[in-house]
Design a protein around this ligand. Structure first.
Ligand SMILES: Cc1cc2nc3c(=O)[nH]c(=O)nc-3n(C[C@H](O)[C@H](O)[C@H](O)COP(=O)(O)O)c2cc1C
Length: 205
């Protein structure tokens, strides 16, 4: 098995994460590799925002405000970013391009996040991509410094995997329901071709 195959077999999102997190320098190194992702016209239409320590509470307060919650519900919403020591906010900064529609720029951004998740896994870290219904709420956008024209795609919650969390190989998925093979010709085209061949060469050709 190749190293990449091994990583893909054992990759899983980390719902349970402890308090250790990669340093900015380590994350920068991983990001430099993750950036080698398919990116039509090399627009790099994304940016990442790191949240550690009390900065997570700024986001927590914004989530609670956006939800309009009070009492214990407010506390629960505010505590959400505390579920990991490091949050990597993912921001799409798509721009008009004559050949690259927004969806392709979104695809490029998500490819970087996928790479980063795999690289974190290889380095022994755990991560999970989280979103929720409040990504576009003004208090959340403001807390994350998301500018007009940008779109918040959620956060990669990063930390050390909880020792009790599930790990190891996953049974390989069955790709067959997701795979078809396109024939070179449709039945209709095949009939026309057969008839044309039976009729022989076109006179004068
Ligand atoms: C764009 C995106 C947003 C997601 N948002 C959430 C979320 O808000 N909450 C959550 O529990 N899982 C969310 N997930 C799913 C988890 O990241 C994870 O993929 C899922 O728990 C399955 O675990 P696995 O990756 O180990 O298969 C999201 C996944 C993607 C790709």
């Amino acid at each position: 098995m190749t190293a990449l195959a091994g990583l893909l077999r054992t990759r899983r999102s980390g719902g349970r994460i402890t308090d250790a997190a990669p340093s900015d320098a380590e994350l920068g190194d991983l990001l430099a590799l993750a950036m080698n992702a398919p990116d039509h016209a090399a627009l790099r239409p994304w940016r990442l925002v790191l949240l550690r320590g009390a900065a997570r509470d700024r986001l927590g307060a914004a989530l609670a405000a956006a939800q309009g919650a009070t009492g214990p519900e407010r506390d629960r919403a505010a505590a959400k970013p505390r579920r990991a020591p490091l949050l990597v906010g993912i921001v799409l900064r798509a721009r008009p391009h004559p050949k690259v529609p927004e969806w392709e720029q979104l695809a490029a951004a998500t490819a970087v996040v996928t790479h980063l998740g795999l690289l974190l896994h290889e380095a022994g870290w755990s991560s999970i991509w989280r979103t929720g219904p409040l990504l576009d709420a003004p208090p959340v956008r403001a807390a994350m410094d998301v500018a007009a024209g940008e779109r918040l795609l959620g956060w990669l919650y990063v930390g050390r995997p909880d020792p009790g969390a599930p790990r190891g190989d996953r049974p390989p998925a069955d790709p067959r329901p997701h795979l078809t093979v396109l024939a070179a010709e449709t039945a209709e085209t095949a009939e026309t071709t057969e008839a044309a061949e039976a009729a022989g060469p076109v006179p004068g050709w």
